[in-house]
Design a protein around this ligand. Structure first.
Ligand code: FAD
Length: 203
């Protein structure tokens, strides 16, 4: 359940978005069973959601979203440069896909200004983004079984460790820098500019 603020043109109430994961092969069956069993399943896990689930009246309120893990040896193939999800689509555990796509675009724009030729700009872009993208892809891939897997022991491990990790200052800080998109690679963070945004190289 994710707070998403006030919808454009909506009332003044804060909105939330409900995410619910099912295997792609089970999507049709979940719809066929109807909203009742789905709501019961959700409330079993989180009973306090009952008042919010009252506004859920139809499966049309859901959008089906599927994803895949995209791994490419490089971001360039002949005359084509790949940015965003088509270059590094990943599972949505970190919620960083849109941010990474925007940072790709901003970095490419910067590289085009700084480099003396198109080839040099693309090389500079690849070199600049490589470490950040490989970190986020790696972490997203390794987090997926903790959130969307069938292995019960992994679920227990998540429940035992992730809560305390959120409260323990060093791991809390590491998680926040990751989730705010300000981790540059395994060892360094992007500096934060005066406007509070990460100072991307070349931008
Ligand atoms: C369930 C879920 C939750 C997510 N939550 C978050 C989140 O909280 N925060 C976050 O930052 N990211 C989140 N993401 C990821 C985010 O949505 C994507 O990473 C982001 O949209 C990628 O942007 P993009 O421009 O690379 O690709 P897209 O947004 O997919 O844009 C590609 C566009 O190209 C169009 N297109 C495709 N083929 C063609 C064609 N042949 N000709 C013309 N047009 C074409 C498509 O219609 C689409 O409009 C989530 C993803 C999922 C699935």
């Amino acid at each position: 359940m994710l707070p998403v603020g006030i919808a454009p043109g909506g009332d003044d109430n804060d909105d939330v978005t409900l995410f619910w994961s099912v295997r792609v092969t089970e999507m049709k069956a979940v719809r066929a069973r109807g909203l009742g069993p789905l709501k019961a399943n959700i409330l079993d896990i989180w009973p306090e959601l009952a008042p919010l689930l009252e506004s859920l009246t139809s499966f049309d309120q859901f959008s089906d979203a599927t994803y895949r893990d995209v791994v490419m040896p490089g971001l360039r193939r002949e005359r084509i440069l790949f940015l965003g999800d088509c270059a590094h689509g990943m599972s949505p555990q970190l919620g960083m896909g849109a941010n990474l796509a925007l940072a790709d675009a901003a970095t490419l724009a910067g590289a085009l200004v700084h480099a003396s030729s198109l080839d040099a700009a693309i090389a500079l872009f690849e070199q600049t983004r490589k470490r950040t993208l490989s970190l986020y892809s790696f972490v997203s891939r390794w987090l997926t079984p903790f959130y969307q897997g069938d292995t019960i022991a992994v679920g227990w491990l998540r429940d035992l460790t992730f809560g305390p990790a959120c409260a323990f200052p060093p791991t809390r800080r590491a998680m926040l820098t990751m989730l705010s998109g300000t981790q540059r690679d395994w060892f360094a963070r992007f500096p934060i500019a005066g406007d509070g945004l990460p100072d991307l190289p070349l931008v």
